[in-house]
Write a protein that binds this ligand. Structure first.
Ligand SMILES: [Zn+2]
Ligand SMILES: [Zn+2]
Length: 153
């Protein structure tokens, strides 16, 4: 059951497709995503890069950190992907650029240490102070703290 998941930019110049399901679905509150997208937070789906390809057009790209490459449509500006050199077996795509973003809701909120004060956490998602890829012990501690805060509300 390999359905093809497709997405692209607002103007249609750049399109992409992936032949496998996302590995992770997250909502990122980091400052860099915020600035890059001009949005308070950015939802991402993480695909296997071996199954992912641009199918129309060529995106523009820039490095938001020395190791990180982000792509966007050079005509309409839609942010499209994020990729870390060191982890190039995966590529993140903006959930909102998918053709059917409602089918891929985020399950975790990450980088809540950068979160804007006026954005509320979704109680149905796990929250991480930074990347959910950080060491287990640190995130487990923070998960408990977040759970306690939720219980207290
Ligand atoms: Zn475009
Ligand atoms: Zn981010």
């Amino acid at each position: 059951m390999n359905r093809i998941i497709e997405g692209g930019c607002l103007c249609g110049a750049v399109r992409y497709r992936c032949t496998s399901e996302p590995l992770v679905r997250s909502l990122c509150h980091c400052r860099t995503c915020r600035r890059t997208a001009g949005a308070p937070s950015v939802a991402w789906v993480i695909f296997r890069s071996s199954d992912f390809a641009f199918s129309a057009g060529e995106p523009m790209h820039h490095r938001s950190s020395p190791q990180v490459q982000r792509t966007f449509c050079g005509q309409c500006g839609t942010p499209l992907t994020y990729q870390r050199n060191a982890e190039s077996d995966t590529i993140d795509a903006t959930t909102a650029s998918l053709d059917y973003p409602d089918e891929f809701p985020p399950t975790r909120e990450i980088w809540i240490s950068h979160k804007l004060a006026w954005e509320s956490l979704n109680p149905s998602m796990q929250a991480y102070p930074e990347s959910s890829r950080q060491s287990q012990s640190a995130s487990a501690t923070e998960d408990r703290a977040v759970d306690i805060r939720r219980t207290g509300e």
